[in-house]
Design a protein around this ligand. Structure first.
Ligand SMILES: NC(=O)c1ccc[n+]([C@@H]2O[C@H](COP(=O)([O-])OP(=O)(O)OC[C@H]3O[C@@H](n4cnc5c(N)ncnc54)[C@H](O)[C@@H]3O)[C@@H](O)[C@H]2O)c1
Length: 266
């Protein structure tokens, strides 16, 4: 039977690639974003693969809008097999100059977008019975710290903590929760986000050399079939996490070097 899959932040980057990967396995897709044009072109692409896709214009910062989305999806499908809480924004810059609006820009979507997705869908996923999976997009920046990314790291550490705690709580009920932690992925995240750094252009070049979003999409689809969390992609980035487990001091020294290489060091 085709799996019912809900993807937020579906119109671009990782969400878009993951929608296409689930379409390849014949899933019934509910694609969520604030970008109408992006969603419509994705829906056309998915339907060309012979799959069912419904687009939903929803701002994931809006708890009530996500509740209404869950009502619509359950009215149409009666169940959800995979919820991919993926919508998020990037932010880089000195912490001292961040405005209240900057903090809300990051935390309202990266943290509360996931929280409201869980609140809207989880009770229904529990009630439907059987097995299902929630995948939340965190980041490598949710496992290790990076300079000039305090708000982004705070948001993604929150997503990892939320996901890991929920996984322990919900696995006995047949619901698995996976935190997916991508490294540098070639998407328009910097263009869509806020990068208040003189080295922003250098960072853009670094991101253009990142792994393709299809690598994350493949990891997400696999993570819905096999148990592992958190999932770090691409593989090269996983070495940084292994280093963290060996030595925090060594890791911070390595991160300073990585941050220089990424051009996010002010
Ligand atoms: N690209 C990377 O290097 C990278 C690395 C680690 C984690 N991530 C995470 O991956 C996720 C996807 O990012 P991406 O790289 O594909 O970026 P992206 O900018 O290509 O895609 C993000 C999507 O989210 C949508 N969106 C923005 N605000 C929204 C809102 N309020 N409600 C609903 N949708 C909204 C955008 O329209 C866009 O389609 C994010 O959570 C991001 O933090 C990205």
């Amino acid at each position: 039977m085709a799996r019912v899959v809900v993807i937020t932040g579906a119109a671009s980057g990782i969400g878009r690639a993951t929608a296409l990967a689930f379409a390849d396995e014949g899933a019934r897709l509910h694609l969520v974003d604030i970008s109408r044009d992006g969603l419509q072109s994705l829906c056309r692409e998915v339907k060309a693969k012979g799959c069912e896709a419904t687009d939903h214009i929803v701002d994931c910062r809006d708890a009530a809008a996500l509740m209404a989305l869950a009502e619509r999806v359950y009215a149409a499908e009666g169940r959800v097999d995979v919820l991919f809480n993926n919508a998020g924004v990037g932010f880089g810059g000195p912490t001292a100059t961040m405005t209240e609006e900057d903090w809300r820009f990051v935390l309202d979507l990266n943290v509360y977008g996931v929280v409201w997705g869980v609140r809207a869908f989880l009770p229904r996923m529990e009630a439907q019975g059987g097995t299902s999976v929630i995948v939340n997009t965190a980041s490598v920046a949710g496992l290790v710290p990076f300079p000039m990314m305090a708000a982004y790291c705070a948001s993604k550490f929150a997503v990892v903590g939320l996901s890991e705690a929920m996984d322990l709580e919900l696995r006995p009920k047949g619901i698995r929760v996976v935190a997916i932690c991508p490294g540098i992925i070639d998407t328009p995240i910097l263009k869509h986000g806020r990068i208040n750094l003189p080295t922003a252009k250098k960072a853009e070049k670094t991101w253009a050399q990142g792994a393709p979003p299809a690598v994350v999409a493949d990891a997400v689809v696999k993570a819905t079939r096999a148990y592992k969390s958190p999932v770090v992609v691409p593989r090269a980035t996983a070495a940084l996490i292994t280093l963290t487990q060996l030595s925090r001091g060594l890791t911070k020294a390595a991160i300073r070097r990585v941050a220089d290489w990424q051009g996010i060091n002010g």
